[in-house]
Design a protein around this ligand. Structure first.
Ligand SMILES: O=P(O)(O)OC[C@H]1O[C@H](O[C@H]2O[C@H](CO)[C@@H](O)[C@H](O)[C@H]2O)[C@H](O)[C@@H](O)[C@@H]1O
Length: 461
């Protein structure tokens, strides 16, 4: 091995990992987080947390503010997985979602387009979540699919911006696996277009060794970059793609990129979720909710403490979504969950008396167009634009229609209309290949790299 390569193995030297905030790696008390003035790091205290929460209020306690901002807009929901829908556990394979959380997500997806964006491999997170009506973006957004129901809307939305790196990532996985094999407690997870090196179960004095291996492997492949999550180093291709660009891509593909029409909620707990928070902030397309019990810098607007609060928030959102404030109800012909006036009473809940489903003014703009399932002129006029109200009513009369997912409802409606293929849905391959990207900061050059302090200590969270 060359001297240069030897040097790269020394964590005290320049590290490719070290573009992360210096404070993350510094020798700190276990509960150290962000100082009040943002200039450095201080020991977190109840006072600091409360101060921070004044700037990033609890999304549950301040739900009315979120509801006010979302009122009259088309809401879309994006969710991180680990630490957001499921608590952090020591064994990544055991990060199972509770039925309670799954049910909350299922209900949300009946009312709003809903996606899970995770650092995990897409197939793995799909296995964990087990809701086919969702959009999924695995590998930090580098592996996107639409709802996995045959013939369902956006079934052809699949997109893998880093597809050509798959063989490289297989090799990198093998290298990392071998590299950390002697470090007790470490583990390596192949997330398809991203490889995660875990050090949660390592002794703190072994953290530098883990970083050293990741440094060496990433240095040997200039096509790679490294990001950092909760006691995990994530090695991924050097492509201009992250959870933020994935979010922007999905919103564009769904026709939900108009801030005057759309309100997007993104809930996440990790650094990589900050990219998505930032996109929402920059585009004024909604708000991020950071899941955290510690004060930390965030582009999110609100906070929740843990996955239990996330589930509670989602249930609040469902209750709100069943009211007329949810504009999806007014773009009836464009969604499966908007109910025609004649069938609306079947819902039997607080929204039964609103009667706005058939006369909404929704459909203006691209948001409605993206969700059209009609073959012609279906968007923009609400339920009356259905070609055949009789067939629509027939579909709606099926047992349990309203208890099904919006995707299943869409399929029923499409079947009732005898529409083989939805012509208005977004399928353009060209736009899939060239999604508009949010502006990205210039890539960090060597001069921006920071020196990696040692020894590494316990993660902050
Ligand atoms: O974007 P996410 O869905 O949050 O994925 C990021 C990483 O999440 C997982 O690791 C984290 O959760 C594990 C299970 O609770 C925990 O053991 C680990 O310490 C955390 O970092 C996942 O295993 C990684 O592959 C993802 O990169």
């Amino acid at each position: 091995m060359s001297a240069e390569r030897d040097a790269q193995r020394q964590p005290s030297l320049i590290s490719r990992v070290s573009f992360e905030p210096l404070s993350d790696f510094a020798l700190l008390p276990g509960n150290a987080t962000l100082s009040r003035d943002g200039s450095g790091v201080s020991v977190d205290s109840a006072g600091e947390f409360e101060f921070w929460r004044e700037e990033h209020p609890c999304a549950l306690l301040n739900f009315s503010q979120i509801a006010a901002q979302a009122a009259g807009k088309l809401v879309a929901v994006f969710l991180d997985y680990d630490g957001t829908l499921t608590p952090i556990v020591s064994n990544p394979d055991q990060a199972l979602m509770s039925e309670h959380a799954r049910e909350a997500v299922r209900r949300v997806a009946q009312l709003f387009p809903t996606a899970v964006i995770s650092g995990r491999g897409r197939e793995k997170v799909q296995q964990f979540v087990r809701l086919e009506e969702l959009y999924y973006a695995g590998s930090h957004g580098m592996d996107i699919v639409g709802p996995q129901v045959e013939g369902g809307p956006h079934a052809d939305l699949a997109f893998q911006p880093a597809a050509q790196y798959a063989p490289l990532m297989d090799g990198v996985y093998a290298e990392l696996l071998e590299g950390v094999s002697s470090i007790v407690g470490s583990s390596v997870e192949h997330n398809k277009f991203c490889v995660s090196v875990h050090f949660r179960n390592c002794a703190p004095e072994d953290y530098p060794a883990v970083v050293g291996v990741v440094d060496a492997v990433s240095a040997a492949h200039p096509e790679l970059r490294v990001t950092r999550g909760r006691k995990v180093l994530e090695v991924r291709p050097q492509v201009d793609w992250d959870k933020g660009t994935a979010l922007a891509h999905l919103l564009e593909m769904l026709g939900l990129a108009d801030p005057s029409q759309v309100y997007c909620i993104y809930i996440g707990d990790d650094r990589t979720d900050e990219d998505a928070f930032q996109v929402l902030a920059d585009k004024q397309l909604g708000g991020g909710i950071l899941v955290s019990t510690k004060a930390k810098p965030t582009a999110g607007l609100w906070t929740l403490r843990d996955p239990a609060e996330v589930a509670a928030f989602l249930n609040r959102l469902v209750a709100w979504g069943r009211t007329d404030a949810n504009r999806w109800h007014t773009v009836g012909s464009c969604t499966g969950w908007a109910i025609c006036p004649s069938a609306r009473h079947r819902r039997g809940s607080s929204d039964a008396s609103t009667g706005s489903g058939g006369s909404g003014s929704g459909g203006s703009g691209s948001a409605a167009a993206a969700f059209c399932i009609g073959s012609s002129g279906g968007c923009g006029g609400g339920i009356p634009s259905y070609n055949s109200p009789a067939t629509m009513a027939s579909a709606l009369s099926k047992d349990g229609f309203f208890g099904q997912t919006w995707l299943q409802q869409q399929q029923l409606v499409a079947a009732a209309r005898n529409v083989a293929e939805p012509s208005e849905r977004v399928t353009a391959a060209n736009s899939l290949q060239r999604p508009p990207l949010p502006p990205k900061p210039a890539a960090a050059g060597p001069q921006q790299e920071q020196q990696l302090p040692q020894p590494l200590t316990d993660e902050l969270r």
